[in-house]
Design a protein around this ligand. Structure first.
Ligand code: SIN
Length: 528
């Protein structure tokens, strides 16, 4: 495993991850005159946000039906008693300013015939307040606009295919990272007084997910290793509708379809959503997910149907071009066929604890986007609040860093660890498969104390297997396997500690919410 190649860099700021949070942070840092190194473990244009379909929620001053108070009320209602109201208010209040920034960066939001920004509705929003782009390709459209600006910005340097393997700590202060460029097979030590983790979500820990292969939770594992506080890891959002075909789930089918009147049907064609909640298809996401799951289990079927055939064909073609063409590849024409759908892991509501400027509990270390926990989402995220949070936190982190330039405390004399290898083995993929099935079955939509204890024991066995074989030093597969195991353990521990059902966390052995565990007295299952 010896690797003789080694280089050392020093930068003013380091951003890890190139989803919307990472790109936006880098652009805003550059606006503040801060030279930034942007590192991604994949290609610049690969990220979780790129697959976001629905949109970005914001209160537009031109919308007479909406207000900050209403957006806050919807967020808190969906969050099932665990939103941090103060953080939520402060983040939502910057919604329109963030949209203005995105427009300036060239994001082509969809518009009505009168050229006003087009708005749609999603579940648990009381009014239309979701902006979208490319119909159902909002994440992709935002990413492409930001990437174009990043590529043209001389203050931003991009390093692709570099896996960050360790955060550098000096006297408890983060001073950069060690990374492995696995295309060049070279170790890089990057010294930076400011390190921003924007590494996205964790969906790949589950066997059924809407997330791409990069969503392995590396940033959270790195931060935990560095001693940063991590919160609310038990709250995983399972999106109600991922497309089902040929025995597996393939891609997200946006909630915006239900926002535009889409109906859920069982195999006989009967509507069922209102049996579970008066808001039916537009009830909070956790409720719709459990409703679909219950119907699937009762019918012994791996899916239910989503029907949007009430919409005119041309509306579907304009509003949902990505979903239409993706489903057609499987022979499902959503203009006339019902869509087979089932729930899949989608979003992590918890993460690395940050304040409203994105500062973690480790000086010099920041986090933005899905990796971070701000308290906005509580126990169940309101649809399309995530892209908003990415942009607001990115603006704030960049502002803070711009106003607080730091010098490095001291450079740690670093030598090549020479310990990384690159050849993955079939046994690593077997271990990944076991982990993903275990998480889906025991730490998934329905949980129990017994199942969670079993999961923790199995996770320990898998971690031992990794350590004994030194797989964590094999980049990227073995390292990502270890990150996933560490994050899986945080999720299972937090889920075991929370002896109640709340939002997206359902315990069969504790089916009720415990009033005493709402946010006023219990800030989540915190693990430091
Ligand atoms: C969707 O389009 O349904 C996903 C949007 C989100 O996760 O907020």
């Amino acid at each position: 495993m010896n690797n003789p190649h080694f280089s050392v860099r020093q930068v003013s700021a380091l951003v890890v991850g190139t989803g919307i949070s990472g790109l936006f942070t880098a652009l805003k840092l550059a606006e503040a005159g801060v030279e930034t190194l942007l590192i991604t473990k994949s290609a610049l244009d690969e990220s979780n946000s790129r697959y976001a379909q629905g949109g970005i929620a914001a209160v537009l001053p031109s919308n007479p039906d909406d207000s900050l108070d209403l957006h806050l009320q919807d967020t808190i209602r969906a969050g099932a008693g665990l939103c941090n109201e103060q953080s939520a208010r402060s983040i939502l209040a910057e919604g329109y300013a963030s949209i203005e920034d995105l427009l300036l960066y060239g994001v082509p939001f969809d518009r009505n015939p009168d050229n006003q920004l087009a708005l749609t509705r999603e579940a648990a929003h009381s009014v239309q307040r979701i902006l979208h782009a490319g119909g159902d390709a909002t994440g992709h459209s935002v990413e492409m606009a930001l990437i174009d600006k990043v590529r043209k910005n001389s203050l931003i340097e991009v390093m692709e295919y570099a896996q960050v393997v360790e955060l550098l700590l000096v006297d408890g202060v983060c001073q950069g990272c060690r990374a492995v460029d696995y295309h060049k097979r070279e170790e890089v030590v990057v010294y930076s007084p400011h390190t921003v983790l924007a590494t996205g979500g964790i969906g790949r820990i589950y066997s059924h997910t809407t997330n791409p292969a990069i969503a392995t939770g590396d940033g959270i594992a790195l931060a935990a290793q560095a001693g940063a506080a991590i919160e609310n890891m038990e709250f995983i959002q399972f999106h109600p509708t991922a497309f089902y075909a040929d025995g597996q789930l393939h891609f997200l089918v946006s909630e915006a379809l239900r926002g535009e009147g889409g109906l859920l049907r069982d195999r006989e064609g009967q509507l069922f959503a209102r049996k579970y909640h008066p808001d039916g298809e537009l009830a909070p996401r956790d409720i719709v997910t459990r409703a679909i799951y219950a119907e699937m289990r009762a019918a012994h079927l791996p899916y239910v149907y989503l029907d949007i055939t009430h919409l005119p064909a041309e509306t579907i073609e304009k509003r949902f071009p990505t979903i239409l063409s993706s489903c057609l590849k499987f022979g499902v024409d959503i203009r006339k066929d019902w869509i087979p759908v089932a729930p899949a892991a989608h979003y992590l509501m918890g993460g690395i604890t940050v304040d409203v400027e994105g500062k973690t509990t480790v000086p010099g270390l920041y986090s933005v986007g899905e990796t971070a926990y701000t308290g906005l989402h509580g126990a169940n995220r309101l649809a399309s609040n995530s892209l908003l949070e990415c942009v607001v936190l990115a603006r704030r982190v960049a502002r803070y860093i711009g106003e607080n330039p730091q010098v490095l405390i001291e450079q740690v004399p670093t030598v090549s660890s020479g310990q990384y290898g690159y050849e993955s083995q079939p046994a690593m993929f077997e271990a990944l498969g076991k982990l993903h099935d275990l998480m889906w079955q025991q730490v998934g939509i329905l949980r129990s104390g017994k199942g969670l204890e079993l999961a923790l024991a199995e996770l320990e066995t898998l971690e031992t297997q990794v350590m004994v074989n030194h797989w964590q030093q094999v980049i990227p597969v073995g390292f990502e396997l270890m990150s996933q195991l560490k994050v899986a353990r945080l999720i299972a521990q937090a889920a075991l500690a929370r002896c109640e059902s709340r939002g997206a966390h359902t315990r069969l052995d504790f089916p009720e919410s415990a009033p005493a565990l709402s946010t006023d007295v219990f800030a989540g299952a915190s693990i430091v």
